[in-house]
Design a protein around this ligand. Sequence first.
Ligand code: TXA
Ligand code: MG
Length: 365
Amino acid sequence: MTEEKEWDQTEILTLPSESVEVKDLLDSPGIEKASRLLLDGHCVAFPTETVYGLGANGLDEKACAKIFEIKGRPQDNPLILHTSSLDMLEDLISARARSSLPSLRALMDKAWPGPLTLIFEKSAKVPDVVTAAGPTIAIRMPKNPIALALIEKTGHPLAAPSANRSGRPSPTKAQDVYEDLQGLIPLILDGGPCQIGIESTVLDLSGNQAMILRPGYFTKEDLDPYFDQVAYDQSLLTEGEIPKSPGQKYRHYAPKAQMYILLADNLEKIDACLEDFIQDHGDQKVGVLLFEENRPQKGADESLSQGSIHDLQGLSQSLFANLREMDRRQVDIIYAVGLKEESGLALSIMNRMKKSASQQIIYCS
Ligand code: TXA
Ligand code: MG
């Protein structure tokens, strides 16, 4: 689907995001300009600590509808509202959900601002377009000072999905957003590369039991101490189950190339397996995503490092960036070395990798 270009130019404005305080950004020309556009009903892309977001005033129905058009996003996939304060949060959730807040205080103190999205019963204030007409609302308080300053300056919660065209890998740099949305939005705030690189953990608190609908930086082990029990949505554990989070059922994070994940008991087996596969592709351009500990693959047309296999944070930060770089290098096939232990952050990373590869996994024996 190609969206009609509304803007002659998409401006990229660079702002500092490290060692800077929200109050020092509030009156910067970048934040002023972005918040004016948002208040006028337009969409603006901005950095968060996870991935770049495509923001709109979350209480403006028409502006939120534009997000779906610009991204080519299915209408049944609800949006996350981003807040900069607990006061802002209270307006967005039902009286019943508000009464549960004291028991969530310790969790919020730990995780907010940060990469955790919480799902509550919604209040009447939240437009239907944001929740896909459902009874619940997803909310997070991002950590990036540019994001916080933008929300505070605008004075409203910002609806913001990842700022990619639907189905593409999430953007972790302003340039990634530009490649997907150039001409479709007036402004991208550039705060440099995102530190975390995969999207927030989505935790549903609207039912009887806390449930992880999308794994992310905060793991089940991080969340367990705050609840009697934290469950995983069954679809994260069993293939074929329908996910509770609408967004999880779509083809996602996909590079243009065919992607395969390689798994084995040890990296030597993967090295040997890769050497064989690379030979077999004739005219097709083959890219490999290796760990530092892998043997270099001289036969590959393109090779990128995912960092050390022991540095999961480095891997989460580089995953989407590497997939987009492979697209820029126009490879036809990507072989990516995966993680065989799936717990903690490794589970979240493998969740994204498997979706990127449309679940195509090769076990090297
Ligand atoms: O890190 C993030 O969460 C990024 C940054 C920009 O904040 N945002 C993000 O948004 O990843 P998006 O729209 O790409 O993903 C939101 C996910 C989708 O899987 C969606 O289906 C789910 O959250 N979601 C949103 N509201 C929901 C709700 N009320 N119930 C269940 N799932 C919901
Ligand atoms: Mg997304």
